[in-house]
Design a protein around this ligand. Structure first.
Ligand SMILES: NC(=O)c1ccc[n+]([C@@H]2O[C@H](COP(=O)([O-])OP(=O)(O)OC[C@H]3O[C@@H](n4cnc5c(N)ncnc54)[C@H](OP(=O)(O)O)[C@@H]3O)[C@@H](O)[C@H]2O)c1
Length: 317
């Protein structure tokens, strides 16, 4: 049923579906006065997310490791939306020092923080360790974002308290969370080179994104914080993400061409979850095509989410 609606664009209960674009799902939403951080805003889905957030009036902070590319994104947005407020801060997610420096620089700007979109990601890279000694896909896609959310959470809570506007964290996951290792998260073998599989490692990191959203949502609810957190599957979109698996994705494009989206459609679910008023209070969910969807059993496993939280805390110390 899900593949049918994905292929046909039939709209779900939210009124939106796979063909909805980021502009359509945020139509007439006023985001002025809100500040949003978008990681990986220098390419693909992040560029369109930044553009539409700025179009809706939000002050956009792009976290990027390629400052030149981020600046050309900024100039492109300014050309069409001269009133756009966009700042760029350097961010290398695979380096915990860089994540901490990013957070320090942002906090020194004394801005509110309403929305955090953990969008950046790498996929199917050959085995590598980050400068902190963590397998690169897990370090970039999950640990860097876990640390970033931790460092910015107090700011998000205080902004929500002072303004009365619900804070929102959006974490980009993927349908690829389905193809993780057998254990889901390999707690004892996160860095194991001998059994490394680039596809499973990507799936593991995307499962971690869902479990992170789930566990963080639980903590925030327990605290009574006015901040929600949800995971998002943007769909299948041709971007630079596929650079390590060009042949594999060319085949997928041929075989599953009806399921592929363009970039404005790919950014829709992130923008919808970040801004749409109908999602007030909705937290700990997994969204695809702008509708709530059920992730795999591993993605719903509370024990796994708790264990991942503990591992992640150890890895950022
Ligand atoms: N495209 C899809 O079909 C698809 C499907 C499911 C999920 N997703 C998810 O959607 C998100 C966005 O992906 P995309 O398709 O837009 O890919 P993309 O075009 O490759 O964009 C990824 C962004 O992340 C940045 N990035 C990568 N590693 C980084 C690091 N270590 N530090 C800081 N920034 C880093 C990239 O910067 P550089 O340009 O410098 O590399 C780029 O700006 C990812 O989380 C991905 O897993 C995508």
């Amino acid at each position: 049923m899900r593949y049918f609606s994905q292929a046909t664009g039939i709209r779900g209960p939210s009124g939106f579906g796979s063909r909805s674009t980021a502009e359509q799902v945020t139509d007439s939403i006023d985001a002025s006065g809100r500040t949003v951080i978008i990681t990986g805003g220098s390419s693909g889905i992040g560029v369109e997310t930044a553009r539409v957030m700025a179009l809706r009036g939000a002050h956009v902070i792009i976290g990027a490791r390629n400052l030149e590319a981020a600046d050309s994104v900024k100039q492109g947005i300014l050309q069409n939306t001269p009133s756009a407020k966009i700042d760029i801060i350097e961010l290398e997610l695979s380096s915990q020092n860089s994540v901490r420096a990013f957070a320090d620089k942002f906090l020194a700007m004394n801005l509110p923080l309403n929305i955090l979109i953990n969008n950046a990601g790498v996929m199917n890279c050959p085995y590598n360790l980050s400068e902190d000694g963590i397998e690169l896909q897990f370090a970039t896609n999950h640990i860097g974002h876990f640390l970033l959310a931790n460092l910015l959470l107090d700011k998000m809570k205080s902004t929500a308290e002072e303004t009365g506007i619900e804070g929102r964290i959006v974490i980009l996951s993927s349908a690829a969370h389905l193809v993780t290792y057998r254990e889901g998260i390999r707690f004892d073998k996160i860095n194991d080179k001998n059994t490394y599989n680039s596809h499973s490692a990507y799936g593991q990191s995307k499962l971690a994104n869902i479990l992170h959203a789930k566990e963080l949502a639980k903590h925030l609810k327990e605290e009574g914080a006015n901040v929600t957190v949800n995971a998002v599957n943007p769909g299948l979109i041709k971007t630079n993400l596929m650079r390590h698996s060009v042949f594999y994705f060319t085949m997928l494009r041929v075989l599953l061409f009806v399921l592929w989206k363009n970039i404005p459609q790919g950014a829709a679910t992130s923008c919808y979850v970040a801004l749409h008023p109908s999602l007030k209070g909705v937290s700990g969910e997994y969204f695809a095509d702008c509708n709530i969807e059920t992730p795999t059993a591993k993605g719903r496993n509370e024990e796994l989410a708790k264990k991942l939280w503990e591992l992640s805390e150890t890895l950022i110390k």
